[in-house]
Design a protein around this ligand. Structure first.
Ligand code: OSB
Ligand code: MG
Length: 369
């Protein structure tokens, strides 16, 4: 199959609430939405890049340039027989994985819609619902945090992740654990600590956490391998695992007990499945992270999370947790058992609301074959 038209859009969607981590605070989604056309089929993808290069090295401006100058021409030059051929077609472009992922995901959607197969089936999904939780940003004080967490628990979420940083770590975690002794709880440091903080991090062991996510450097595996034996809580790597090779290094070095898979961080769904399979073979569970995606990226995440080794609840909340007005007509809603239902329609199954999409588009670019 040859792609006949690629359209890229920068969108701006306000979050229902600002999202604050140890390293940044953002109020508006700056994703790039991808639209592909071929053989009479229209397909959609999303690169969930942020406003700033503070999570990884990319932001909406870098992805916009790399997609136009390199990735779109490479995609249009390929005669694709399956979506797994996109990742090798992009291999000469180093890193820039979020830029790649939106185009790769849209290609899976294209094949799925053309062939009448759901993305979950194409990827090897085995469940019809996926367990999910909420990632709760840093709040202005503990009372506010308890109110915010309480609202999510009342809405039906049974797994909570707290963003932490030095000075907002032990006490907020203690407060939430004390208020909800049985909730599934985990924390995410987004790379703010150093190996010298091992004793402070070990204090988190008392709270019966599922995991502590990315305590050390965004590109570190070595020091995480030194930290893990000093904690009882499993370390989960997020930022550090950007490829199947990085996953293998972390597994062989015992740098973590769990891996967070985000297809955007890994550069696409194909390599995400490889990370999933590699962890499964090593007996290491994975779970699905999130990048505050719009409804387009969210649908791909739910499909991927239906694979069997996704053993812990994902950061894939219902659309309404992120956006008052999303760009899809069929948002996910939370089931009573803190799950989302895996779409079964062809491709990602997403129905884009093109009126809303036009309203939130701030820049548009297209290339025809
Ligand atoms: O580190 O997991 C992270 C959001 C943006 C960038 C990084 C992260 C996150 C989240 C939110 O934690 C997860 C979500 O609900 O999409
Ligand atoms: Mg994280």
């Amino acid at each position: 199959m040859r792609i006949e038209r690629v359209e890229l859009r920068q969108v701006r969607l306000p979050y229902v609430a600002p999202f604050e981590t140890s390293g940044w605070r953002e109020e508006t989604c700056h994703a790039i939405i991808v639209r592909l056309e071929a053989d009479g089929v229209t397909a959609w993808g999303e690169s969930p890049v942020g406003e700033n290069p503070f999570y990884n090295e990319e932001n909406y401006q870098t992805a916009w340039i790399i997609q136009q100058a390199y990735l779109t021409p490479m995609l249009m030059a390929a005669d694709l027989s399956k979506p797994q051929e996109v990742t090798p077609a992009f291999a000469r472009v180093r890193a820039n994985r979020m830029a790649k992922s939106g185009l790769e995901f849209a290609t899976w959607d294209l094949f799925g819609r053309r062939d009448g197969r759901s993305l979950a089936a194409m990827l090897g999904g085995t469940r019809d619902r996926v367990a999910v939780g909420v990632s709760v940003g840093i709040q202005k004080d503990i009372d506010t945090l308890l109110r915010v967490v309480g609202d999510y628990i009342n809405a039906g979420y049974n797994r909570i992740k707290l963003k932490i940083r030095p000075g907002w770590d032990i006490e907020p975690t203690r407060a939430v654990r004390t208020a909800w002794p049985d909730i599934q709880l985990q924390v995410d440091a987004n790379s703010i600590y150093h190996l010298e903080d091992a004793e402070r991090l070990a204090q988190l062991d008392q709270f019966n956490l599922l995991l502590v996510e990315q305590p050390l450097g965004h590109d570190d595996i070595f020091d995480h391998a030194k930290l893990q034996p000093r904690l009882r809580t499993p370390i989960c790597l997020d930022e550090s695992i950007v490829s199947p090779e990085h996953a293998r290094w972390a597994i062989e070095m015992h740098a973590c007990g769990v891996i967070n898979i985000k297809p955007s961080r890994i550069g696409g769904l194909a390599d995400s499945v490889r990370v999933h399979d590699m962890a499964q073979a090593a007996g290491m569970p994975v779970w699905h992270g999130g990048m505050l995606e719009t409804g387009i990226g969210r649908a791909a995440n739910v499909a991927l999370a239906s694979l069997p080794n996704f053993k812990l609840p994902g950061d894939i909340s219902a659309n309404a947790r992120y956006y008052a007005r999303d760009i899809v007509r069929n948002p996910f809603t939370l089931n009573a058992d803190s799950t989302l239902t895996v779409p079964t329609k062809p491709g990602s199954g997403v129905i884009v609301d093109e009126d809303v999409l036009d309203d939130v588009t701030v820049a548009r670019w297209e290339k025809r074959a």
